[in-house]
Write a protein that binds this ligand. Structure first.
Ligand code: HQG
Length: 182
């Protein structure tokens, strides 16, 4: 399977499983699961041939483990990154490391200083356990800045942390006072 096909398929799966399942007539339950047969049929009706083998390979080899198969292999979901309102992952609260990182672009910093980090269209603010990952996330939006997040200060203010099944840390928002630039 070519790297290009794997990447295009990963982007397509991110689009339908995180954001717009209705674009291919797919239904997701509140835990984000969609039937693989319905995904394949919906994708085909939009002129995008998908096979179970291709889907399984993308799930297995994806660099960020973005997708998970159900135990019976019949359903698939995105681990994190959702904006779709039908999805409301029941995430377990977890104790984070003392410091987490968030990569963003310099042009967002005025607003971040004022409001802290907010989820935007997604359900959560995404945080990384290492600065390198945060750097590559931030680079998607322009000149990158890596922010260090004081998770203990956040917890003292009542903020909660969750970890997606691919290891990405999630929280509802990050107060400006808990952020320093690396
Ligand atoms: C910024 C990728 C202005 C925030 C990554 C970010 C991640 C603010 C952008 C996942 C702000 C939202 C998510 C504020 C936050 N004012 N801008 N108050 N608060 N922002 O894409 O974290 O490769 O929704 O810094 O690995 O960049 O797709 O979030 O720049 O895990 O699997 O608003 O997406 O994963 O952007 O990325 P996003 P993100 P995948």
């Amino acid at each position: 399977m070519s790297k290009g096909l794997m990447e295009t398929t990963s982007k397509f799966l991110s689009y339908v499983l995180r954001h717009e399942p209705q674009a291919i007539g797919l239904e997701l339950d509140s835990e984000g699961w969609g039937e693989i047969d319905a995904l394949i049929a919906g994708a085909a009706s939009e002129g995008r041939p998908l096979t179970r083998e291709l889907i399984e390979q993308v799930v297995r080899d994806n660099d960020k483990k973005r997708f998970t198969l159900s135990a019976d292999g019949q359903r698939i979901r995105a681990a994190q990154g959702h904006s779709n309102k039908a999805v409301q992952l029941q995430l377990q609260e977890r104790q984070p490391p003392a410091v987490l990182y968030h990569g963003t672009a310099t042009r967002f910093m005025d607003s971040i200083h004022q409001q802290g980090l907010v989820p935007g269209s997604r359900h959560h603010v995404h945080l990384s356990h290492d600065p390198d990952t945060a750097r590559s996330v931030g680079q998607r939006y322009g000149q990158v800045v890596v922010l260090q997040i004081d998770t203990q200060a956040m917890q003292a203010r009542g903020c909660k942390f969750y970890q997606a099944e691919n290891g990405v840390w999630l929280t509802d928002q990050v107060p400006a006072s808990c952020i320093t630039e690396v």
